[in-house]
Design a binder for this molecule. Structure first.
Ligand SMILES: CC(C)(COP(=O)(O)OP(=O)(O)OC[C@H]1O[C@@H](n2cnc3c(N)ncnc32)[C@H](O)[C@@H]1OP(=O)(O)O)[C@@H](O)C(=O)NCCC(=O)NCCS
Length: 157
C-alpha cells in the first residue's frame, strides 16, 4: 500500500475484495453510480484503479481510469463525504497523473459536470484545463440533462 501525505491514509490497487465497498460508496456519492459488476468488468481492462483506505482500512475513496491508446481517461472518482476537504481527492488525482507520466507522451482526459465546482477546482488546481464541452452529456441529474466539460492535463497539447 502506498503511504499518503495524510497520516494513516493509504492508496492501494483496487481488487475484487474491495468492490462491494466501492460500489456502496459510489451508490452514496454518484448521480449515475457504477455497480460492483461494472467495476469488476473494468478490472479486466488496461487501466488505473485505486482505493483509498482510512487508518482502520475501510474504503473511503476510489478512482478508476482506463487507457485508450495514449490517453488515460478518468471515469469515476469519489471521496466519502465525511473525509472530504483534507487533501485526499487531490492525492488520488496526483496518483492518476503519476500513472499517466509512466507512459511517455500520454495525457489524462476527463468529463466533469459543469455544475460540479468542487471537482472542477480540484482538477484545475492540478493543472487540468478545459478543452471542450459536450452538450447534454449527462442525461441524469438533479436538474435534468447537463453539459460536461472535457478537461485534459499534462500532455503535449
Ligand atoms: C471532488 C472530490 C473527489 C474532492 O475530494 P476531496 O478529498 O474533498 O478534495 P481535496 O480535499 O483534495 O480538495 C482539493 C481541492 O479541490 C477543491 N475543492 C474540493 N472540495 C471543494 C468544495 N466543496 N468547494 C470548492 N472547492 C473544493 C479545492 O480547490 C481543494 O483545495 P483546498 O482544500 O486547498 O482549497 C469530492 O468532493 C467528491 O467525492 N465529490 C463527489 C464525486 C465527484 O464529484 N467526483 C468527481 C466526478 S468528475
Amino acid at each position: 500500500m502506498t503511504r499518503f501525505a495524510i497520516d494513516g491514509f493509504g492508496l492501494t490497487e483496487m481488487a475484487a475484495i474491495h468492490l462491494p465497498a466501492v460500489a456502496a460508496l459510489e451508490g452514496e456519492i454518484a448521480t449515475a453510480p457504477w455497480s460492483a459488476g461494472m467495476l469488476a468488468e473494468e478490472l479486466s481492462l488496461d487501466g488505473w484503479r485505486m482505493v483509498l483506505l482510512a487508518p482502520d482500512r475501510t474504503v473511503v475513496g476510489y478512482g478508476v481510469g482506463r487507457w485508450l491508446h495514449e490517453e488515460l481517461h478518468l471515469l469515476i472518482l469519489g471521496v466519502a463525504p465525511e473525509f472530504r476537504r483534507r487533501g485526499l481527492g487531490r492525492g488520488l488525482v496526483a496518483a492518476l497523473l503519476d500513472e499517466a507520466r509512466s507512459r511517455t507522451g500520454s495525457e489524462v482526459l476527463l468529463e466533469v459536470r459543469a455544475s460540479n465546482l468542487p471537482a472542477r477546482q480540484l482538477y484545475e488546481s492540478l493543472g487540468f484545463a478545459r478543452i471542450g464541452l459536450r452538450r447534454g452529456y449527462y442525461r441524469q441529474g438533479p436538474f435534468g440533462p447537463e453539459d460536461a466539460l472535457v478537461m485534459a492535463c499534462c500532455g503535449a497539447r
